[in-house]
Design a protein around this ligand. Structure first.
Ligand SMILES: *Cc1c(COP(=O)(O)O)cnc(C)c1O
Length: 485
């Protein structure tokens, strides 16, 4: 591994170099009033650098990252679409980011009306009238909805319903959220067509069923075409249907989960609605529920009254507070701006173009890669190395690393688990045909290398700041602090 990045600052250290020179009087003033035990006797051992050294170091470091602003980023399931610069500039204005959540409702009518409008827009888009903007991400939305389901079942005395059914193609957050909310998970198999197996579903439904968690379109990029029948079966058994809405980008404006029988769902504003994500920054995972489940939504809620908007805690059935304050407001603001700029027709065009782009790439690549479910997909599709490539010892990890070397953020790999060596490609609607063509050409060239058993694939990436790392060790034994040699 090339450790240049880590060592740069240390190697540049020159004794006596400083950013700011302080006088003895400054230092005295700085420590005046500190308890004696807290005052250092010796200066800490830190690299000694000028301000210019540091600015250059961190600027160079920031440029070593892959980002949607610099590269095509077809990370399946994550919807890495362009984050409009205009929305960033709106969100950066002081009349938004200078607000404080403890201000009186009367002083923040603009912010409350924005939240109210966003709630209504999301209700309209999903066909589910009860909305909360509190959850901080999709996984948090899942947990919130499952807590609501539990409160609803308990309220009806149905305390035996504790099983949630989840297809084997689901995202790992689904079973994790169920377990956190105190439910037991049973796995439902996928059919040969890559959809939920309806017979296996029926075999698992019963008096202990709390509900089904289903992703639609699913993680193979396929629309669950029997969704209506699936929802009916769960309802007949006394359960509720939760939809993981991470893939909403493919269907917004086309169809509404509330119309095909879903009771609750989350949206990832940082995926479908173009707010920035990656690197663990703030996200937002609002949930939308039916009228029947609305009383259980978290408090406080925004309401519109005669004299304006208010935040109230009026529902006794509510699961209560989920977090401090009212959601990641800066993210809500960007999503609101996105919806307002595009309008209903614009959102439909987003979905259509996302689906068009994915199918375009699927058809360009299907001769060169194996595409296990090779039929019209939604916003993403799953490919994998051909048998001949695998016999050459070339695996998905090698393909991903080679793509990095060729200037692309790799697609999602080894997920969903139902496809061995999955390469899950989601181009999004914001990429041009030229970008898709260039990516397809690169994928075709890499396929040829893999067919030829080119061992250079095992060594990739060579020309990057960090070469191939031992990912398991990097997670288990991370070195996160600077130390003198
Ligand atoms: C991203 C994703 C999630 C989790 O959403 P976060 O916002 O990352 O918590 C859940 N399910 C699917 C299918 C996803 O793609």
């Amino acid at each position: 591994m090339n450790l240049d990045i880590v060592h740069l600052l240390i190697e540049d250290s020159v004794p006596g170099r400083r950013c700011v020179r302080t006088s003895g009087a400054d230092r005295k003033a700085a420590i005046a009033g500190l308890p004696q035990a807290e005052v250092r006797e010796q200066a800490p051992a830190l690299p000694e650098l000028s301000e210019m050294d540091i600015v250059r170091h961190f600027t160079r470091l920031s440029q070593k990252n892959f980002a949607i602003s610099t590269q095509f980023y077809p990370l399946g399931s994550c919807t890495m679409k362009y984050n409009p610069a205009l929305h960033e500039s709106i969100a950066g204005r002081s009349h938004w980011n200078g607000l404080h959540p403890w201000q009186d409702d009367g002083e923040v009518q603009g912010a409350l009306s924005l939240m109210w409008e966003l709630q209504n827009d999301l209700a309209e888009a999903t066909g589910l009238p009860g909305v909360t903007l509190h959850p901080a991400a999709g996984a948090h939305g899942e947990l919130t909805a499952l807590m609501i389901l539990r409160a609803y079942l308990d309220g009806r005395g149905e305390t035996k319903r504790r099983v949630i059914l989840i297809p084997d193609s689901a995202h790992g957050t689904n079973p994790a959220s169920c377990t956190l909310a105190g439910f037991k998970v049973l796995t439902i198999q996928s059919s040969k067509r890559g959809l939920l197996d309806r017979e296996d579903l029926r075999a698992h439904l019963g008096s202990d069923t709390a509900g089904l968690m289903i992703t639609n379109p699913n993680t193979l990029g396929l629309f669950e075409e029997n969704i209506r029948e699936i929802c009916d079966a769960v309802h007949e058994a006394g359960g509720k249907v939760y939809m993981d809405g991470a893939n909403f980008n493919a269907i917004m404006g086309v169809t509404r989960p509330g119309d095909f029988g879903v009771d609750m769902m989350h949206l990832n504003l940082h995926k479908s609605f173009s707010t920035p994500h990656g690197g663990g920054g703030p996200g937002s995972g609002p949930i939308c529920v039916t009228e029947e489940l609305r009383p259980y939504l978290p408090n406080p809620r925004v309401v519109e009254e005669e004299n304006g908007y208010r935040l109230i805690e009026d529902s006794e059935a509510s699961i209560g507070r989920l977090r401090a304050f009212h959601g990641n407001f800066g993210v809500l603001l960007r999503a609101w701006a996105y919806i307002r700029r595009l309008g209903a027709k614009g959102l439909l065009r987003v979905a259509e173009n996302a689906v068009l782009n994915a199918n375009y790439l699927r058809i360009k690549l299907r001769e060169h890669w194996r595409v296990p479910y090779d039929r019209t997909c939604t916003h993403e599709f799953v490919a994998r190395p051909k048998k001949t490539m695998r016999e050459n010892g070339i695996h998905t990890i090698d393909i991903a690393k080679r793509l990095i070397e060729r200037g692309y953020h790799p697609p999602t790999v080894y997920f969903p688990l139902v496809v061995n060596e999955a390469i899950m490609i989601e181009p999004t609607e914001t990429e041009s045909k030229a970008t898709l063509d260039a990516f397809a050409q690169t994928m075709i060239e890499i396929a040829q290398e893999a067919e030829a058993g080119n061992s250079a694939l095992h060594a990739a990436p060579k020309n990057m700041p960090v070469s191939r790392v031992d990912e398991a060790r990097a997670v288990k034994e991370p070195i996160l602090t600077w130390a003198t040699k």
